[in-house]
Design a protein around this ligand. Structure first.
Ligand code: 13P
Ligand code: SF4
Length: 304
């Protein structure tokens, strides 16, 4: 089947079966073209709470599909590729955080949304890269235990020096492996380019940025900017999306290694199988876990 025919079939079956297709912006262009909503983690969480269709298919990673189920328990929620997980979300479990909380009893536990539903049950509030700053600022508490992303936590802590942060040593393996050598090389090759960076990168890299933000934050900045050249310090799919959206500007990857293989697992054929009802994995959550995690997601939406 040609790509165009697959996409037409997906669109037809979505309508026939009352399906909403959500896609994270790291997904490939053929998937984004048939999605009903494309966004960063925060925007996907918001849309998950508003969707009216009886089935939702998530093209992204597992914690994103779980967030949809947490907010919409009566919907059938399907993760388009059952193997698509986020390694950062699996780095810390509930038992570890319960132990850490004993050491810091008076700290508010802020969890990046890239965590399991079970872990969220022992946290106070979730954040995403685009909402973390606003939420950490607006919390009453001035003592914050930020988990699991040390890099995002350091960036937020630096912006809010009046609050005390405790960080643990988790992070995104894709963003965190890029260092100063790549920054130097990219800046030397493109001296006129603005440098746009995701806060999951290490602090030395983030310190070199002209703009720091989430995936959609980076895209919005590049689209609105008068500059003509940009080095993109996040997953490389954003380089191609931006090049397509702004053909008169130039976009360079910070490194060819900035590829999230987990986000790349989902294919247009997976999506076709899901809308046919023969693919993906239906997300099921224990009701106690769902309600415990929902507290943190609801708070994120309220404060974000
Ligand atoms: P955002 O979508 O919040 O920018 O996060 C990127 C990411 O790594 C998703 O897992
Ligand atoms: Fe997880 Fe990093 Fe991939 Fe995002 S880019 S899904 S944080 S591994």
């Amino acid at each position: 089947m040609a790509l165009k025919d697959i996409q037409e079939e997906i669109i037809r079956l979505k309508k026939e079966n009352d399906i909403c297709l959500l896609a994270h912006c790291y997904q490939s262009p053929d998937i984004l073209e048939v999605a009903d909503f494309v966004g960063d983690s925060f925007a996907l969480s918001l849309s998950a709470s508003k969707v009216t269709n009886k089935t939702v298919i998530m093209c992204g990673v597992r914690f994103m599909a779980e967030t949809v189920k947490i907010l919409s328990p009566d919907k059938k929620v399907i993760l388009a590729n059952a193997d698509a997980g986020c390694p950062m979300a699996e780095m810390m479990d509930k038992e570890l955080i319960e132990q850490v909380k004993e050491q810091y009893p008076d700290y508010t536990v802020v969890a990046y949304v890239n965590t399991t539903s079970e872990l969220k049950t022992v946290c106070d509030v979730c954040v995403t890269s685009s909402s973390a700053l606003k939420i950490c600022r607006s919390l009453d508490s001035d003592k914050i235990l930020f988990i699991p992303d040390k890099n995002l936590g350091s960036y937020i802590a630096e912006q809010i020096p009046e609050k005390e942060f405790k960080l643990l040593s988790g992070g995104c393996p894709t963003h965190a492996r890029i260092g100063m050598a790549e920054v130097k090389k990219a800046k030397e090759a493109h001296p006129d380019a603005l440098f746009l960076v995701h806060p999951e990168c290490v602090p030395e890299v983030v310190a070199q940025a002209d703009y720091v933000g989430s995936t959609t934050g980076i895209m919005d900045f590049a689209k609105k900017s008068d500059a003509k050249e940009f080095i993109i310090g996040t997953e490389n799919s954003i380089v191609s999306h931006l090049q397509l959206a702004c053909p008169d500007k130039k976009f360079y990857p910070l490194s060819k290694d900035l590829v999230c293989h987990n986000m790349k697992l989902t294919t247009i054929v997976d999506v076709l199988n899901c809308v046919k009802g023969i693919g993906g994995e239906e997300i099921e959550l224990d009701e106690d876990v769902r309600l415990g995690a929902k507290r943190c997601i609801d708070k994120m939406i309220e404060l974000g």
